[in-house]
Design a protein around this ligand. Structure first.
Ligand SMILES: [Zn+2]
Length: 318
Protein backbone atom coordinates (compact mmCIF):
# COMPACT_ATOMS: atom_id res chain seq x y z
CA UNK A 1 0.00 0.00 0.00
CA UNK A 2 1.56 3.32 -1.05
CA UNK A 3 1.59 6.12 1.50
CA UNK A 4 -1.35 8.49 1.64
CA UNK A 5 -0.32 11.74 0.03
CA UNK A 6 -0.82 15.24 1.33
CA UNK A 7 0.23 18.61 0.02
CA UNK A 8 -0.46 22.29 0.56
CA UNK A 9 -3.30 23.60 -1.57
CA UNK A 10 -3.91 27.32 -1.94
CA UNK A 11 -6.95 28.62 -3.78
CA UNK A 12 -6.74 32.35 -4.36
CA UNK A 13 -8.29 34.83 -6.71
CA UNK A 14 -8.98 38.57 -6.83
CA UNK A 15 -12.68 39.23 -6.26
CA UNK A 16 -13.72 42.42 -8.05
CA UNK A 17 -16.95 44.03 -6.98
CA UNK A 18 -18.73 47.31 -7.62
CA UNK A 19 -19.92 49.09 -4.50
CA UNK A 20 -23.21 50.86 -5.14
CA UNK A 21 -23.98 54.25 -3.56
CA UNK A 22 -23.95 53.27 0.14
CA UNK A 23 -20.80 51.14 0.25
CA UNK A 24 -19.10 53.62 -2.07
CA UNK A 25 -19.79 56.44 0.41
CA UNK A 26 -18.74 54.28 3.38
CA UNK A 27 -15.38 53.24 1.94
CA UNK A 28 -14.59 56.64 0.44
CA UNK A 29 -15.42 58.10 3.85
CA UNK A 30 -12.90 55.83 5.55
CA UNK A 31 -10.25 57.12 3.16
CA UNK A 32 -11.14 60.64 4.37
CA UNK A 33 -11.23 59.50 8.05
CA UNK A 34 -15.03 59.82 8.22
CA UNK A 35 -17.19 56.90 9.42
CA UNK A 36 -20.64 56.86 7.83
CA UNK A 37 -23.69 54.88 8.84
CA UNK A 38 -27.11 54.64 7.30
CA UNK A 39 -30.43 55.48 8.99
CA UNK A 40 -33.28 52.98 8.92
CA UNK A 41 -37.00 53.77 8.76
CA UNK A 42 -37.36 53.32 12.54
CA UNK A 43 -34.49 55.74 13.22
CA UNK A 44 -31.65 53.34 13.99
CA UNK A 45 -28.17 53.90 12.55
CA UNK A 46 -26.39 50.93 11.03
CA UNK A 47 -22.58 50.84 10.88
CA UNK A 48 -21.33 49.34 8.64
CA UNK A 49 -24.13 50.62 6.42
CA UNK A 50 -26.27 48.43 4.18
CA UNK A 51 -28.45 49.28 1.17
CA UNK A 52 -31.68 47.74 2.44
CA UNK A 53 -33.42 47.89 5.81
CA UNK A 54 -32.86 44.48 7.44
CA UNK A 55 -36.35 44.63 9.02
CA UNK A 56 -38.55 46.09 6.29
CA UNK A 57 -36.33 45.38 3.23
CA UNK A 58 -36.91 48.99 2.14
CA UNK A 59 -34.15 50.74 0.26
CA UNK A 60 -32.29 53.10 2.63
CA UNK A 61 -30.01 55.94 1.56
CA UNK A 62 -29.92 58.44 4.45
CA UNK A 63 -26.29 58.63 5.48
CA UNK A 64 -25.10 59.97 8.84
CA UNK A 65 -21.66 60.51 10.28
CA UNK A 66 -20.81 58.69 13.50
CA UNK A 67 -17.88 59.15 15.87
CA UNK A 68 -14.55 57.32 15.54
CA UNK A 69 -14.96 56.33 19.21
CA UNK A 70 -17.16 53.60 20.61
CA UNK A 71 -17.81 50.75 23.02
CA UNK A 72 -16.84 47.09 22.75
CA UNK A 73 -20.01 44.98 22.84
CA UNK A 74 -18.33 41.58 22.56
CA UNK A 75 -14.89 40.19 21.75
CA UNK A 76 -12.71 37.12 21.26
CA UNK A 77 -8.95 36.85 21.67
CA UNK A 78 -6.94 35.80 18.64
CA UNK A 79 -3.82 34.00 19.93
CA UNK A 80 -2.24 33.33 16.56
CA UNK A 81 -2.81 35.95 13.86
CA UNK A 82 -2.73 34.60 10.34
CA UNK A 83 -1.49 36.11 7.12
CA UNK A 84 -3.63 39.02 5.96
CA UNK A 85 -5.22 39.77 9.34
CA UNK A 86 -5.20 43.37 10.60
CA UNK A 87 -2.34 42.93 13.11
CA UNK A 88 0.59 40.53 13.12
CA UNK A 89 0.73 40.27 16.92
CA UNK A 90 -2.03 38.61 19.03
CA UNK A 91 -5.11 40.86 19.22
CA UNK A 92 -8.82 40.83 20.02
CA UNK A 93 -11.58 40.57 17.45
CA UNK A 94 -14.15 43.07 18.67
CA UNK A 95 -17.63 44.26 17.82
CA UNK A 96 -17.57 48.02 18.37
CA UNK A 97 -20.72 50.10 18.62
CA UNK A 98 -19.44 53.48 17.52
CA UNK A 99 -20.87 56.53 19.27
CA UNK A 100 -23.96 57.45 17.25
CA UNK A 101 -24.45 53.92 15.88
CA UNK A 102 -26.86 51.19 16.98
CA UNK A 103 -25.00 48.19 15.56
CA UNK A 104 -21.53 46.71 15.95
CA UNK A 105 -18.66 46.98 13.50
CA UNK A 106 -16.32 43.97 13.45
CA UNK A 107 -12.63 44.86 13.61
CA UNK A 108 -9.39 44.22 15.48
CA UNK A 109 -8.44 45.76 18.83
CA UNK A 110 -4.76 46.27 19.59
CA UNK A 111 -4.37 45.24 23.24
CA UNK A 112 -1.44 43.76 25.20
CA UNK A 113 -3.41 40.64 26.19
CA UNK A 114 -6.89 39.26 26.89
CA UNK A 115 -6.76 40.65 30.45
CA UNK A 116 -6.74 44.14 28.95
CA UNK A 117 -9.99 43.57 27.04
CA UNK A 118 -13.53 43.64 28.42
CA UNK A 119 -17.06 44.16 27.18
CA UNK A 120 -18.00 47.77 27.73
CA UNK A 121 -14.47 49.15 27.32
CA UNK A 122 -14.04 52.35 25.35
CA UNK A 123 -12.05 52.32 22.14
CA UNK A 124 -11.25 54.54 19.19
CA UNK A 125 -10.27 54.09 15.58
CA UNK A 126 -6.56 53.98 14.75
CA UNK A 127 -6.41 55.14 11.14
CA UNK A 128 -4.02 53.55 8.69
CA UNK A 129 -1.34 55.95 7.49
CA UNK A 130 -2.02 55.13 3.86
CA UNK A 131 -5.71 54.91 3.02
CA UNK A 132 -7.29 53.86 -0.25
CA UNK A 133 -11.01 53.38 0.42
CA UNK A 134 -11.12 49.98 2.13
CA UNK A 135 -12.08 48.58 5.54
CA UNK A 136 -8.33 48.30 6.20
CA UNK A 137 -8.22 52.13 6.24
CA UNK A 138 -9.15 51.48 9.85
CA UNK A 139 -5.85 49.88 10.90
CA UNK A 140 -7.49 48.66 14.12
CA UNK A 141 -9.12 49.98 17.27
CA UNK A 142 -7.18 50.98 20.38
CA UNK A 143 -8.19 51.53 24.03
CA UNK A 144 -9.42 55.09 24.66
CA UNK A 145 -10.42 56.86 27.83
CA UNK A 146 -11.13 60.34 26.50
CA UNK A 147 -14.46 62.07 26.01
CA UNK A 148 -17.22 60.22 24.21
CA UNK A 149 -17.67 61.21 20.61
CA UNK A 150 -20.73 62.88 19.19
CA UNK A 151 -23.69 60.76 20.40
CA UNK A 152 -26.04 61.39 17.47
CA UNK A 153 -24.58 61.62 14.02
CA UNK A 154 -25.12 64.64 11.77
CA UNK A 155 -26.51 64.03 8.29
CA UNK A 156 -23.90 63.57 5.57
CA UNK A 157 -24.49 63.65 1.83
CA UNK A 158 -21.94 60.87 1.32
CA UNK A 159 -20.17 62.83 -1.42
CA UNK A 160 -16.42 63.16 -1.58
CA UNK A 161 -13.99 64.00 -4.37
CA UNK A 162 -12.84 61.00 -6.37
CA UNK A 163 -15.36 58.46 -5.07
CA UNK A 164 -14.29 54.85 -4.70
CA UNK A 165 -16.76 52.89 -6.84
CA UNK A 166 -15.24 49.40 -6.80
CA UNK A 167 -12.82 47.27 -4.87
CA UNK A 168 -10.66 44.25 -5.54
CA UNK A 169 -10.79 41.93 -2.54
CA UNK A 170 -8.22 39.14 -2.66
CA UNK A 171 -9.82 35.85 -1.60
CA UNK A 172 -7.50 33.12 -0.34
CA UNK A 173 -8.19 29.63 1.05
CA UNK A 174 -5.17 27.86 2.45
CA UNK A 175 -5.40 24.09 3.00
CA UNK A 176 -3.30 21.04 3.61
CA UNK A 177 -5.11 18.63 1.33
CA UNK A 178 -5.02 14.85 1.54
CA UNK A 179 -6.69 12.99 -1.32
CA UNK A 180 -7.06 9.84 0.79
CA UNK A 181 -6.01 6.25 0.16
CA UNK A 182 -7.76 5.63 -3.18
CA UNK A 183 -6.71 8.82 -4.91
CA UNK A 184 -3.18 8.57 -3.49
CA UNK A 185 -2.86 5.24 -5.32
CA UNK A 186 -4.36 6.82 -8.44
CA UNK A 187 -1.89 9.71 -8.33
CA UNK A 188 1.05 7.39 -7.62
CA UNK A 189 0.14 5.27 -10.67
CA UNK A 190 -0.09 8.41 -12.82
CA UNK A 191 3.55 9.09 -11.97
CA UNK A 192 4.27 5.88 -13.94
CA UNK A 193 1.85 7.04 -16.69
CA UNK A 194 -0.66 4.36 -15.74
CA UNK A 195 -4.32 5.00 -14.91
CA UNK A 196 -5.65 2.88 -12.06
CA UNK A 197 -9.26 2.83 -10.90
CA UNK A 198 -11.07 0.77 -8.29
CA UNK A 199 -13.83 -1.80 -8.78
CA UNK A 200 -16.92 -1.95 -6.58
CA UNK A 201 -17.20 -5.44 -5.05
CA UNK A 202 -20.99 -5.24 -5.30
CA UNK A 203 -21.97 -3.73 -8.68
CA UNK A 204 -18.55 -4.41 -10.32
CA UNK A 205 -18.31 -0.86 -11.70
CA UNK A 206 -14.78 0.54 -12.10
CA UNK A 207 -14.43 4.10 -10.87
CA UNK A 208 -11.77 6.40 -12.35
CA UNK A 209 -10.58 8.43 -10.57
CA UNK A 210 -11.45 6.30 -7.54
CA UNK A 211 -12.97 7.94 -4.44
CA UNK A 212 -12.58 4.92 -2.17
CA UNK A 213 -16.26 3.97 -2.15
CA UNK A 214 -19.05 3.21 -4.58
CA UNK A 215 -21.59 6.06 -4.47
CA UNK A 216 -24.39 3.72 -5.62
CA UNK A 217 -23.78 0.76 -3.31
CA UNK A 218 -22.23 2.64 -0.40
CA UNK A 219 -19.43 0.12 0.06
CA UNK A 220 -15.68 0.59 0.12
CA UNK A 221 -13.73 -0.19 -3.04
CA UNK A 222 -10.25 -1.69 -2.88
CA UNK A 223 -9.64 -3.89 -5.94
CA UNK A 224 -7.38 -1.89 -8.22
CA UNK A 225 -7.94 -2.10 -11.97
CA UNK A 226 -5.71 -0.57 -14.62
CA UNK A 227 -7.72 1.09 -17.38
CA UNK A 228 -6.95 2.79 -20.71
CA UNK A 229 -4.77 4.14 -22.13
CA UNK A 230 -7.33 4.32 -24.98
CA UNK A 231 -10.70 5.92 -24.39
CA UNK A 232 -13.88 7.21 -25.98
CA UNK A 233 -15.25 10.75 -26.04
CA UNK A 234 -18.73 10.41 -24.55
CA UNK A 235 -19.67 14.06 -24.61
CA UNK A 236 -17.84 17.37 -24.96
CA UNK A 237 -18.08 21.13 -25.12
CA UNK A 238 -16.28 23.81 -27.11
CA UNK A 239 -14.61 26.37 -24.88
CA UNK A 240 -14.57 29.93 -26.24
CA UNK A 241 -13.51 31.80 -23.12
CA UNK A 242 -9.83 32.08 -22.35
CA UNK A 243 -9.10 31.15 -18.74
CA UNK A 244 -6.57 33.10 -16.72
CA UNK A 245 -2.95 33.72 -17.57
CA UNK A 246 -1.22 30.99 -15.62
CA UNK A 247 0.99 28.72 -17.70
CA UNK A 248 -1.13 25.57 -17.50
CA UNK A 249 -4.31 27.33 -18.61
CA UNK A 250 -2.77 29.33 -21.43
CA UNK A 251 -4.56 27.46 -24.22
CA UNK A 252 -5.72 29.10 -27.45
CA UNK A 253 -9.50 29.20 -27.82
CA UNK A 254 -11.62 27.64 -29.11
CA UNK A 255 -10.69 24.24 -27.78
CA UNK A 256 -12.60 21.14 -26.78
CA UNK A 257 -13.06 19.82 -23.26
CA UNK A 258 -14.54 16.33 -23.17
CA UNK A 259 -15.75 13.53 -20.99
CA UNK A 260 -13.59 10.54 -21.82
CA UNK A 261 -14.43 6.97 -20.82
CA UNK A 262 -11.11 5.13 -20.65
CA UNK A 263 -11.31 1.52 -21.81
CA UNK A 264 -12.35 -0.60 -18.83
CA UNK A 265 -13.74 2.33 -16.80
CA UNK A 266 -17.40 2.77 -15.88
CA UNK A 267 -17.10 6.48 -15.26
CA UNK A 268 -15.90 9.16 -17.65
CA UNK A 269 -13.14 11.53 -16.59
CA UNK A 270 -12.56 14.85 -18.26
CA UNK A 271 -9.72 16.21 -20.33
CA UNK A 272 -8.84 18.48 -23.21
CA UNK A 273 -8.92 17.14 -26.76
CA UNK A 274 -6.09 18.16 -29.09
CA UNK A 275 -4.58 17.02 -32.36
CA UNK A 276 -7.86 17.54 -34.26
CA UNK A 277 -9.72 20.71 -35.31
CA UNK A 278 -12.20 21.64 -32.60
CA UNK A 279 -15.18 21.39 -34.96
CA UNK A 280 -14.34 17.80 -35.90
CA UNK A 281 -14.50 16.39 -32.38
CA UNK A 282 -17.53 14.12 -31.97
CA UNK A 283 -19.18 11.70 -29.57
CA UNK A 284 -17.61 8.26 -29.97
CA UNK A 285 -14.21 9.63 -31.07
CA UNK A 286 -11.45 7.25 -29.96
CA UNK A 287 -8.56 8.98 -28.18
CA UNK A 288 -5.31 8.35 -26.32
CA UNK A 289 -3.47 10.39 -23.69
CA UNK A 290 -0.60 12.70 -24.61
CA UNK A 291 2.01 13.20 -21.90
CA UNK A 292 4.44 16.08 -21.77
CA UNK A 293 7.88 15.89 -20.26
CA UNK A 294 7.57 16.11 -16.47
CA UNK A 295 3.76 16.12 -16.62
CA UNK A 296 1.98 14.55 -13.65
CA UNK A 297 -1.14 13.74 -15.67
CA UNK A 298 -1.97 13.67 -19.40
CA UNK A 299 -1.66 17.12 -20.95
CA UNK A 300 -4.50 16.29 -23.33
CA UNK A 301 -6.00 13.45 -25.38
CA UNK A 302 -5.75 13.07 -29.16
CA UNK A 303 -7.39 10.80 -31.75
CA UNK A 304 -5.76 7.36 -31.77
CA UNK A 305 -6.85 6.47 -35.31
CA UNK A 306 -9.37 3.78 -34.39
CA UNK A 307 -12.87 3.81 -35.87
CA UNK A 308 -15.45 5.67 -33.77
CA UNK A 309 -17.02 3.67 -30.95
CA UNK A 310 -20.58 2.51 -31.38
CA UNK A 311 -23.07 4.57 -29.35
CA UNK A 312 -24.36 1.39 -27.66
CA UNK A 313 -20.87 0.87 -26.20
CA UNK A 314 -20.79 4.10 -24.21
CA UNK A 315 -24.40 5.25 -23.84
CA UNK A 316 -24.40 4.19 -20.16
CA UNK A 317 -21.37 6.42 -19.53
CA UNK A 318 -22.87 9.72 -20.61
ZN1 LIG B 1 -21.25 -0.42 -6.51
Amino acid sequence: MPEVLKAPLVVEFPFTRSLGPVQSAFLTGLRERVVLGVRTGDGRTLVPPVEYDPVTAEEIRELVEVAPTGTVTTWAWNHAPRRGQPLDTPFAWVLVRLDGADTGLLHALDAPGPDAVRTGMRVRVRWAEERSGAITDIACFEPYDGDPGQPTGPAHDGRFDDMVTGIVAPARLDYVYSPGRAQSAYISALSERRTVGERCPSCRKVYVPPRGACPTCGVATSEQVEVGPGGTVTTYCIVNIKAGHTANLDIEVPYVYAHIALDGADLALHGRIGGIPYDQVRMGLRVEPVWTEGGRYPDHYRPNGEPDADYEMYKELL
